[in-house]
Write a protein that binds this ligand. Structure first.
Ligand code: C2E
Ligand code: CA
Ligand code: CA
Ligand code: CA
Length: 388
C-alpha cells in the first residue's frame, strides 16, 4: 500500500494521478525476479505482487525491503514538485496450494497491521492475525443482531446543581442488555460500533428515545425543565444526516430545544475544519453543547476559543485525583477559572464523596454528577430519582 503523499513544499496531501500510477507500476516491476513473478494493481493505491519462487522467510523480507528501497526516491510531479511515498507491506508465505481469496485476505490482514503498527512497515501474516479478525467479525455480527433485537438500554445519571442541591437533568449512558443476562458497559462495545459504523443507527435511535422522553416530561410539572445530555460519537458528529435528523426530531416531538444537550469529546473536534461549521449549526439550531472529558485530549485551549460551546465537563480522572494530588487540584482550578473567563458552565464528573463537592464548590464549579449522588439508572426510573 502506497500512502501519505507529502508535498515537500507545502505539506499538503496529493491525489494519486495516472502519471504517478504508471511510474509506481514501473518501479514495482523492477522488484520482480523471475518470469513467473507478477505485479497487479489491487485497489486504489494498493498493489499485489506475487513472487513465484522465494526460498524462505529471509528471502521474502529481502524482496519486501527492495520494494521499500524503490520508493526512497521522490516522485516528480507537475511544476517540478517532489512527493515522497510511504510504503506498507503485508507478506504471506504459501508452501502449498491455497485458494487465491485466502491468500489475498491474509496478505491484506498483514498489510492492515503493517499500516497500523508502523514497525518498519512490513508485517508477515500469522494465525493470530486471523484469530483477531474472526473475533472482530464475530463481535460485529453480535452487535448488529443486538441492534435488530433491540437489546440496547438507555441509562440516565443525574446532574446536580451545587448551589441549590437539586437535579437539573441527566446524562444518557448506553448499556447492552446481552442475552446472557449481564449488562455490557459502553467500553465493551462502543469501539467496535464506532469502527463498523453501527454507532450511526444506534446514535439515531438514542436521539429518538431521548426526544420522546423529553416530550413526555413536558406534561409533568416536576420534570418539564429537566435536560438530557447525549454523547455524540466522533463519527456521528461528522455525519451528514446529523442536522436533518435533529430537525426531523423537533418536528415530531414538542419540547424546548435548549433541553437537549450534546456531549462532544475533544477527539471529535480534531478535524477543526469539518467540526467548526457543524458545531455552529448545532448551536444556532438552539442546542446546548458540552465538551466532554475536558483536559484529557489535545489542544484544549484552541477549542474553547474557536467553538461555540456552553459547558465544560471536567474529566473524572482530575476530580478523583484532586483530593490527593496538588497538580490535579491545580488543573481543576485552572479549568474552572478558564470556564468562568469564557463564560462557560462547568460540570464535574465522577463525584464520589462529599469532600469532592465541597472542594469543587469552593473553586466555583456549578454542577456535578457521580456515584455520590447516583449511579446511572434506567431512563424510565429517572423521574423517581429527581423526586428523592
Ligand atoms: P463519559 O461520557 O465520560 O461518561 C461518564 C462515565 O463515568 C460513565 O461510564 C459513568 O457510568 C461513569 N461514572 C459516573 N459517575 C461515576 C463515578 O462517580 N465514579 C466513576 N468511577 N465513574 C462514574 P460509562 O457509562 O461506562 O460510559 C463510558 C463512556 O462511554 C462515556 O464516558 C462515553 O464517552 C461513552 N458513552 C456512554 N454512552 C454513550 C452513548 O450513548 N453514545 C456514545 N457515543 N458514547 C457513549
Ligand atoms: Ca493508501
Ligand atoms: Ca459524557
Ligand atoms: Ca466524560
Amino acid at each position: 500500500d502506497i500512502d501519505e503523499f507529502k508535498m515537500v513544499n507545502d505539506g499538503l496531501g496529493y491525489h494519486i494521478g495516472d502519471t504517478m500510477l504508471t511510474e509506481i507500476a514501473q518501479r514495482l516491476r523492477r522488484a520482480l525476479y523471475l518470469p513467473g513473478d507478477v505485479v497487479a494493481r489491487f485497489d486504489g493505491d494498493e498493489f499485489a505482487i506475487f513472487f513465484d519462487r522465494l526460498p524462505d522467510l529471509p528471502a521474502a523480507f529481502n524482496a519486501a525491503q527492495r520494494i521499500r528501497q524503490l520508493f526512497e526516491d521522490p516522485f516528480m510531479i507537475e511544476n517540478g514538485q517532489e512527493i515522497f511515498c510511504n510504503v506498507s507491506i503485508g507478506l504471506e508465505l504459501i508452501t502449498s496450494e491455497v485458494p487465491i481469496e485466502t491468500v489475498m485476505r491474509n496478505a491484506d490482514l498483514a498489510l492492515y497491521r503493517a499500516k497500523h503498527t508502523g514497525r518498519g512497515g512490513i508485517e508477515i501474516f500469522d494465525q493470530t492475525l486471523y484469530a483477531n479478525f474472526s473475533t472482530r467479525l464475530h463481535n460485529e455480527t453480535a452487535l448488529r443482531l443486538a441492534l435488530q433485537r433491540q437489546e440496547f438500554r438507555l441509562f440516565a445519571q443525574p446532574i446536580i446543581d451545587f448551589e441549590h442541591s437539586h437535579c437539573t437533568g441527566f446524562e444518557i449512558l448506553i448499556r447492552w442488555a446481552h442475552p446472557d443476562g449481564r449488562l455490557r458497559s459502553p467500553g465493551q462495545f462502543l469501539d467496535i460500533a464506532e469502527e463498523t459504523g453501527l454507532i450511526i443507527p444506534l446514535g439515531w435511535w438514542m436521539l429518538e428515545v431521548a426526544a420522546e422522553q423529553l416530550a413526555r416530561w413536558q406534561a409533568d410539572p416536576m420534570m418539564q425543565h429537566m435536560t438530557l445530555a447525549i454523547n455524540l460519537s466522533p463519527r456521528q458528529l461528522l455525519h451528514s444526516q446529523l442536522l436533518p435528523t435533529l430537525k426531523s426530531i423537533f418536528e415530531r416531538y414538542q419540547f424546548p430545544r435548549q433541553q437537549l444537550h450534546l456531549e462532544i469529546t475533544e477527539g471529535a473536534l480534531l478535524n477543526t475544519e469539518r467540526a467548526e461549521p457543524i458545531l455552529n449549526a448545532l448551536r444556532n439550531f438552539g442546542l446546548h453543547l458540552h465538551i466532554d472529558d475536558f483536559g484529557t485530549g489535545y489542544s484544549s485551549l484552541t477549542y474553547l476559543h474557536r467553538f461555540p460551546l456552553n459547558t465544560i465537563k471536567i474529566d473524572r480522572s482530575f476530580i478523583q485525583a484532586a483530593l490527593e494530588d496538588q497538580r490535579s487540584l491545580a488543573i481543576v482550578r485552572t479549568i474552572i477559572n478558564l470556564a468562568q473567563t469564557m463564560q462557560l458552565a462547568t460540570i464535574a464528573e465522577g463525584i464520589e464523596t462529599a469532600e469532592h463537592i465541597q472542594v469543587l464548590r469552593e473553586l466555583g464549579c456549578q454542577a456535578g454528577q457521580g456515584y455520590f449522588f447516583s449511579p446511572p439508572v434506567p431512563l424510565e426510573q429517572a423521574a423517581d430519582f429527581s423526586l428523592s
